[in-house]
Design a protein around this ligand. Structure first.
Ligand code: GLN
Length: 256
C-alpha cells in the first residue's frame, strides 16, 4: 500500500515536471489559463519589432498586447504560436489558428482567401539604406538590388515594379544583407524600418518617402464571420476606451 502511494506520488511529480518542461521549450506562450474559458488560438511571427518580437523567450509587442486585450474583452484564454509569416497567414486562412496577428496588411488579394477584421493601424513601405548610400528616394532604386521579407506586401511592391530582389524569411536578415553590402536597400513596413535601423547604431537610415498606403488588420478563416464580428466588437471597444492608443504609445507607434 505504502509502495503504491509512493509510486502514485512519483508519477504525479513526473507529470508536473513534464508539463513545466513543455511550456518552457514549446513555441506556444500560454498565460494564466482559466480552464472555464474557451481558448482563442493565434499565430504570429515574432520578428517584426515593435509589433511582435522576442524578449528572451517571451513574445512581446503591440500586437501581442492588443490580442491579449481582445481575448480578455471576449472572455477567452489566448494561446500564441510563433511561426513564419507566410505560415501564420496560411494558418489563419485554413482555420488551423483562429486568427493571425502579425502586422498583416489587409489587401484585396488576401481578402480572396481570408477574412479580415477592421483595420487597426495605418502603415506604409519604407526604404532603409546605408548612411553613406547614394539612394535618396524611390527614383534611385532602379537597377539596384533590394532586400525584403518573403510573402509580404513589401515584396509584392518590388515584384510589381520589377526590381531585382532578394527575399528573406525575416526583415532582420534583409538588413544583414544590406550591412554586408550584398543588397543596396531594404524595403519593409515603416515602423519596423525605424526600429530595425535604430539597432544599426548609425550605419543605416530610413528614407522619408512612403512607397505605399496600407492598413493592418487581424486575419481569420474566410467565412468565419461570427468570430470576425466579435473581434471587431472588441477592437471598437478597445479603441473607444483608449486601450489601443495606450498600447501604441507604449511601443512609440505613431497613429495617424
Ligand atoms: N505588413 C506586411 C504584410 O502584411 C508585413 C507583415 C510582416 O512581415 N509581419 O505583408
Amino acid at each position: 500500500m505504502k509502495k503504491n502511494i509512493l509510486k502514485v506520488m512519483s508519477m504525479a511529480v513526473a507529470t508536473v515536471l513534464a508539463v513545466t518542461a513543455l511550456s518552457a521549450c514549446g513555441k506556444k506562450a500560454e498565460e494564466e489559463v482559466n480552464p472555464d474559458l474557451p481558448t482563442l488560438t493565434m499565430a504570429t511571427n515574432a520578428e517584426f519589432k515593435p509589433f511582435e518580437y522576442l524578449e528572451g523567450s517571451e513574445i512581446v509587442g503591440s500586437d501581442i498586447d492588443m490580442a491579449k486585450a481582445i481575448a480578455e474583452y471576449l472572455g477567452y484564454n489566448l494561446e500564441i504560436t510563433n511561426i513564419d509569416f507566410d505560415a501564420a497567414l496560411t494558418g489563419a486562412a485554413t482555420g488551423k489558428y483562429d486568427m493571425a496577428v502579425a502586422g498583416i496588411t489587409a489587401t484585396d488579394e488576401r481578402r480572396k482567401s481570408m477574412n479580415f477584421s477592421n483595420n487597426y493601424f495605418k502603415a506604409s513601405q519604407s526604404i532603409i539604406v546605408t548612411a553613406d548610400s547614394e539612394i535618396k528616394g524611390k527614383d534611385d532604386l532602379t537597377g539596384k538590388v533590394i532586400a525584403c521579407q518573403e510573402g509580404t506586401t513589401g515584396e509584392q511592391y518590388l515584384l510589381d515594379n520589377e526590381y531585382e530582389i532578394q527575399s528573406f524569411k525575416t526583415a532582420s536578415e534583409a538588413v544583414a544583407s544590406l550591412r554586408a553590402g550584398k543588397a543596396d536597400a531594404v524595403i519593409v513596413d515603416n515602423a519596423v524600418a525605424k526600429a530595425l535601423s535604430a539597432e544599426q547604431e548609425g550605419a543605416t537610415v530610413v528614407l522619408d518617402e512612403a512607397l505605399t498606403e496600407e492598413a493592418y488588420a487581424i486575419a481569420l478563416q474566410l467565412g468565419n464571420d461570427e468570430l470576425t464580428a466579435k473581434i471587431n466588437e472588441a477592437l471598437e471597444a478597445l479603441e473607444a476606451d483608449g486601450t489601443l492608443a495606450k498600447i501604441f504609445e507604449k511601443y512609440d507607434l505613431v497613429v495617424d
